[in-house]
Design a protein around this ligand. Structure first.
Ligand SMILES: CC(C)(COP(=O)(O)OP(=O)(O)OC[C@H]1O[C@@H](n2cnc3c(N)ncnc32)[C@H](O)[C@@H]1OP(=O)(O)O)[C@@H](O)C(=O)NCCC(=O)NCCS
Length: 156
């Protein structure tokens, strides 16, 4: 995926993001939630562009010195090509550059793809929230990546 690049979210990205979101997320974010990221004072939200189109997106909020990953997704047709990993590396690098000391996220217990991705990046599962997701009462796994200043991205 040589043409892959990352841009901060902009108005033009909202429509293609919503198209992807409807397909890949069982409980999709609303348009309003994405619009909120356009001007979020403590947020960083990036869009992955390849072959001239939006193929993924993700962001984090800076909570004191913790980077809380809010969402990450890759369009179905572009999954398993390393885009999710490169997007997360970009987010974590920017979080570190913004002085964040660690990162955390919540993920559905059954979302094996995402859990594997986060583990590959160095996140460790540290708690389970029973029945956390309202749509299907699925548990959430809470993951943390400690010591972001000394974090190294995976070699491959
Ligand atoms: C999770 C998601 C973002 C991964 O994006 P992706 O671009 O397909 O992932 P990558 O190709 O960068 O994969 C990187 C690593 O993630 C893991 N991984 C990704 N998809 C996987 C799958 N289907 N099964 C197992 N491991 C997987 C692997 O460890 C992989 O490394 P490898 O290629 O060396 O095996 C993507 O599946 C997605 O958008 N899912 C729907 C939305 C979602 O669940 N988001 C997370 C919410 S918390």
């Amino acid at each position: 995926m040589n043409t892959l690049r990352f841009e901060p979210i902009a108005e033009d990205h909202i429509a293609p993001i919503l198209e992807i979101e409807r397909v890949v997320n069982t409980a999709p974010w609303s348009e309003r939630s994405f619009r909120n990221e356009l001007t979020h004072p403590y947020g960083v939200f990036l869009v992955a562009i390849a072959e001239g189109k939006v193929v993924g997106y993700g962001g984090f909020w800076m909570v004191i010195d913790e980077a809380h990953i809010t969402t990450v997704a890759v369009s179905q047709a572009y999954q398993r090509r390393g885009i999710g990993q490169r997007l997360m590396i970009e987010l974590l690098t920017r979080a570190r550059d913004n002085g964040m000391q660690c990162s955390t996220l919540e993920v559905r217990a059954g979302n094996v793809a995402a859990i594997k991705l986060y583990e590959k990046l160095g996140y460790i599962a540290s708690a389970r929230r029973k029945g956390y997701y309202p749509d299907n009462r699925e548990d959430a796994v809470v993951m943390w990546l400690h010591d972001l200043p000394h974090w190294e991205p995976p070699a491959k």
